[in-house]
Structure formats: C-alpha cells, structure tokens
Design a protein around this ligand. Structure first.
Ligand code: OAD
Length: 227
C-alpha cells in the first residue's frame, strides 16, 4: 500500500497560499492569534474572520493536476491519502476517502460539546450549536496545541505501507513531520515530491511544481492514464 501525506504545496497552484514560503500565510498573520485555542479565547471574531476568508478562497479554488493524479492513485492502487490541508480539493478531484488530520474548513465545531456540522459560508460568534445551543462555534480545524485527527488510523496505515510519499509539505509541524522517520524506522521506503528539498530524510525525491511532478510519478507507478 502507498501512504501519501500531503501539505499546502499540493494546493499552491490552485491559488491557495502555503504557510511558510515567502509571502505565505504565517508571514501575514501571527499563528498565535489565529491558530491556537488561546487566540480564539482572546478574540473569536478575528479567528472566525481569518477562516471565513480562507473558506471563501477554498470555495473558489479548483483542483490541479496533482490532486487528480493522487485521486487516481487512490482509485487504481488503493493508496491511503492523508492530508494536512483543510481544503476539499482532493475530494473535488474525485478522491473517495481522505483523512484530514488537521480538520476541514467546510465543517464547524462546537467548542463546548464538540459536535461538528457543515459550516456556513460565513461563521459568526453568535451562531448557536445545533446540538447544545452554545454560542461557541469555531471551524473544525486543528490548532497548535490540539491533537490532530486520525492518529491511530495513520499509525496503522504507516505500519501497512510499502512506500511513504510526502507531497508539498515542509515537514515542520509535528506529528506529521515525524511520519517520514517513523516510516523509515519501520523499513518503509520514503519519497519526497516537493518544489524544493526539505530537511526530511527521504530515500528518494523529485523536485518541481506538484502539478508536474506528481502526475509524472503517478504515471510511472500506474502507467499513463487510459483515455
Ligand atoms: P508549508 O507552508 O510549511 O510548506 C509548504 C511546502 O510546499 C514547502 O516545502 C514548499 O516548498 C512546498 N511548495 C510550495 N509550492 C509548491 C508547489 N507548487 N508544488 C510543490 N510543492 C510546493 O505547509 P505545510 O507543510 O502543509 O497547520 O504546513 C503544515 C501545517 O502548518 C499546516 O497544516 C498548518 C500549518 O501551520 C495548522 O494550521 C495546524
């Protein structure tokens, strides 16, 4: 089984910004303000506004060739797709089962009872939770200091994998940044597909824009797509 971990670089060519490249999201916003429970407690309106803007961006974005190639890899080779991205572009490209370890922009979460539901286009602090009525809504995204989703499933996936592939991620945010070493320690082959070399210890790598490098690699694995 091929285990694929994706990051913001996968969606960069779809017009969604990355975090740590020059001009990236964390050069324009302080992550302590908009991506921590403490930031939300201090100023929920600022946090909801930040994610409302990102939700609007994501809603207008279209998947690129890399999303399409990974959806094909899932369909034809049973690859496991795990993403740190909160957009739905892999699903928009046809992927059936994507594990969103950092949550999703199109889901809302009650900060009191933890029920989640489909997010409205614009979330506001006076929205009431449909389950408990609390005015404590937030996006269902994982913030710094919170536990990512699906870690048990991910661990099981890494244990079954024959190949671990990281696509468009800088490998700076844990636990995802540690997956490559966990895979290597388990004797799994590792491959990096990224615009540029990162600090991760991979057995093999291809560098270039995801929309070129990913489809080319998937064609090597599966053969060219049937038309
Ligand atoms: P980063 O912004 O840290 O890294 C993006 C990576 O994509 C970099 O290594 C870029 O070189 C690469 N890249 C940029 N454009 C590319 C392209 N067109 N094709 C291929 N690669 C490209 O984003 P992530 O690693 O996803 O978490 O960041 C991980 C987490 O940090 C995010 O999920 C988010 C963020 O803070 C939370 O908010 C909890």
């Amino acid at each position: 089984m091929i285990f694929v971990l994706t990051g913001a670089g996968l969606s960069a060519e779809s017009g969604l910004g990355t975090f740590r490249d020059a001009g990236g999201i964390w050069s324009r916003y302080d992550l302590e303000d908009v991506a921590t429970p403490q930031g939300y407690a201090r100023d929920p309106v600022r946090v909801l506004d930040f994610y409302n803007a990102r939700r609007a961006n994501a809603a207008g974005a279209r998947p690129n060739a890399a999303h399409g190639a990974l959806a094909r890899l899932e369909r034809e080779a049973g690859a496991m797709l795990v993403t740190q991205n909160v957009d739905g572009l892999l699903e928009a490209a046809g992927a059936a089962d994507v594990l969103h370890m950092h949550g999703r922009l199109d889901r809302a979460l009650c900060n009191r009872c933890r029920r989640s539901w489909e997010a409205p286009e614009v979330m506001c602090p006076f929205d009431a939770c449909p389950n408990c009525g609390a005015q404590a809504v937030r996006p269902d995204v994982v913030w710094f200091g919170e536990m990512p989703y699906g870690l048990d499933e991910i661990e099981a996936g890494l244990a079954r994998a024959a190949l671990f592939v990281a696509v468009g991620t800088s490998g700076t945010v844990y636990p995802a940044a540690g997956f490559v070493d966990a895979a290597r320690d388990a004797g799994v082959a590792t491959l990096e597909l990224n615009l540029e070399r990162t600090g991760g210890r991979f057995d093999d790598a291809r560098y270039g824009p995801a929309s070129e490098v990913v489809p080319a690699w998937v064609d090597e694995v599966l053969g060219p797509p049937r038309t």
